[in-house]
Design a protein around this ligand. Structure first.
Ligand code: 13P
Length: 253
């Protein structure tokens, strides 16, 4: 049985004070939960604060991106070793906003994934199609390409150390969520793609859903056989909503 993971991706939101208040609300709300892994991914400057507030709790924290390089003259980048130094457990890689706005390719994303694993972080690899790609019937082709980037660079073993998040681009921040059946279909496809290389790794791999997940739809999504939790954007900025989604994970564990 895969342990659910509910991770909040705060994106570029909030102040230091907001971050502290949000973390305190989450700590209080999830304190009794035993069966679900919970994590928050704040903007880089708040990682130190989040580390201070979450140390000694069961809640993990992570980054929204990581450099594909070891270190050195890479202005503006943050290495996996630095994130580890700040106690991070997770690093999101390949978010569609970075693919689209920062031109990240599957090759670069695979290197980021590898950097995370090499430094003892758990990468959360985001995959997902745009509305246009879905309408053209290309969903499987697109997500397969996203998954294959890591397979080609690092082999299937890399998926024993990471998490995948299926985030249909058309569902992110739009209020339109994939139906549980639509999401399940893609999750099953992703797992099957990895199972072709290793049944065991595919069986153990957590595949999260992301895209307008809210307290009202979380239970049904997480209830699908191949959906192992959520990567939450907007609703992760509200402690009560985020805690309610964590509870949906707990109830389904
Ligand atoms: P929303 O939950 O705001 O749709 O964002 C999802 C997401 O992009 C998480 O990484």
């Amino acid at each position: 049985m895969r342990r659910p993971l509910i991770a909040g991706n705060w994106k570029m939101n909030g102040t230091k004070a907001d971050a502290a208040e949000l973390v305190r609300g989450i700590v209080a709300g999830v304190s009794g939960m035993q069966k679900t892994d919970v994590a928050v991914c704040p903007p880089f400057p708040y990682l130190y604060l989040v580390e201070e507030l979450l140390q000694g709790t069961a809640i993990g924290w992570g980054s929204q991106d990581v450099s594909c390089e070891d270190g050195g003259a890479f202005t503006g980048q943050v290495s996996a070793a630095m994130l580890k130094d700040f106690g991070c457990r997770y690093a999101i890689v390949g978010h569609s906003e970075r693919r689209q706005l920062n031109g990240e390719t599957d090759g670069v994303i695979a290197r980021k994934y590898a950097q995370a694993v090499a430094n003892g972080l758990v990468p959360i690899l985001c995959v997902g199609e745009t509305l246009e790609e879905r309408e053209q019937g290309k969903t499987e082709e697109v997500v397969a390409k996203h998954i294959d980037g890591v397979l080609n660079l690092e082999g299937v073993d890399a998926y024993a150390h990471g998490v995948v998040a299926y985030e249909p681009v058309w569902a992110i921040g739009t209020g339109v969520t994939a139906t549980p059946a639509q999401a399940q279909e893609v999750h099953a496809f992703l797992r099957e793609r990895i199972a072709k290389k290793s049944k065991e790794i595919a069986k153990g791999l957590r595949i999260l859903y992301g895209g307008s997940m809210k307290p009202g739809n979380a239970a049904e999504l997480i209830g699908q056989p191949d959906i192992d939790g959520g990567l939450i954007g907007g609703a992760s900025l509200n402690a009560a909503d985020f805690v309610a989604i964590c509870q949906a994970g707990e109830d389904n564990a």
